[in-house]
Design a protein around this ligand. Structure first.
Ligand code: FE2
Length: 291
């Protein structure tokens, strides 16, 4: 099991021990933060959203290894939408789905928290506002939501990264909230992370270049110390809080069980959101807080 301490959320909110763990490790694990019923409601809702998705109209693969999605307008325009991304291994050589669409989704993103009432209710949780403020944010704003499926047998790996690579503010402020909607185990591709790794530099930035292309810019050559990674197994309902510079990853899912999770990324509205970030929102959808 992980060397990372585990906490539960009580009436007093974030405790000094939680804050100390977050500052030391860059990650904070809170078991039982959401009830099984809340997790199930989100799973049921995501299934309904996928019912309305027509993969014949849009087939965009999301992969952290090939980045094919980065060239697709469907991805680039998804910052203020609800869009569906497929697993790389769910398509054959001709681009045809090899399985039913409900078993082929890599993730749904990136604004369910604003656009869907069930996701809105799950996301706008005042405890998450309290926690973000305890972690140092002065104006917590919900920027991005992702529903990550990690389907059985073909769930793709996520290579080691820092979330501030994708959502950069000046100064850095992003905090990730990752919720296990099902038990996440080594077998079905749980998260791993490098304790204390958030104290290192931001290695990369994924952003628009001057020609309007999405690029990954190398900022720092220091490799991640992946030999120090620890597993972050998470029973259903667990909240894992990630510092924006915390290096984390997950393996592929070759098991017969899915590993559904939901993530929210929160930034401090007092910081500057860099204009070349990939994620854009329309003027009619300003960022909102939790309350
Ligand atoms: Fe991440």
């Amino acid at each position: 099991m992980s060397e990372i301490p585990r906490f539960t959320w009580g009436a007093g909110g974030a405790t000094p021990a939680m804050l100390e763990a977050y500052r030391r490790d860059g990650v904070l694990v809170i078991d039982g933060f959401k009830s099984a019923a809340e997790c199930d409601r989100l799973i049921e809702r995501a299934d309904i959203l996928v019912d309305g998705f027509d993969p014949d109209q849009e087939r965009t693969v999301f992969s952290t290894t090939s980045r094919a999605h980065a060239a697709a307008d469907y991805f680039a325009g998804s910052g203020d939408k609800i869009r569906f991304f497929l697993e790389e291994e769910a398509l054959d050589g001709e681009g045809r789905l090899t399985r039913p669409k409900h078993q082929a989704i890599n993730k749904i993103g990136h604004a369910m928290h604003d656009l869907d009432p069930v996701f809105d209710a799950f996301s706008h949780d005042t405890r998450l506002d309290d926690l973000a403020r305890a972690l140092g944010q002065t104006q917590p704003k919900l920027l991005q939501s992702m529903y990550i499926w990690k389907p059985p047998m073909i769930g793709g790996e996520v290579v080691c990264h820092q979330d501030s690579t994708f959502l950069t503010t000046d100064p850095l402020s992003v905090v990730g909230y990752w919720f296990a909607l099902e038990d996440a185990t080594v077998e079905n591709g749980c998260m791993w992370g490098i304790p204390g790794g958030h104290k290192g530099a931001l290695r990369n930035r994924f952003h628009y270049d001057g020609a309007g292309r999405l690029v990954t810019e190398k900022l720092d050559e220091t490799p991640f110390e992946e030999d120090r990674k620890v597993c972050l197994e998470a029973p259903k309902g667990t909240l894992i809080v990630l510092h924006g510079s915390f290096p984390h990853l997950s393996g592929p899912n070759r098991s017969p069980k899915s590993r559904r999770a939901y993530t929210l990324h929160v930034i401090d509205g007092a910081c500057t959101y860099l204009p070349d970030n990939w994620l854009k929102r329309g003027a009619d959808m300003p960022l909102k807080g939790f309350v």
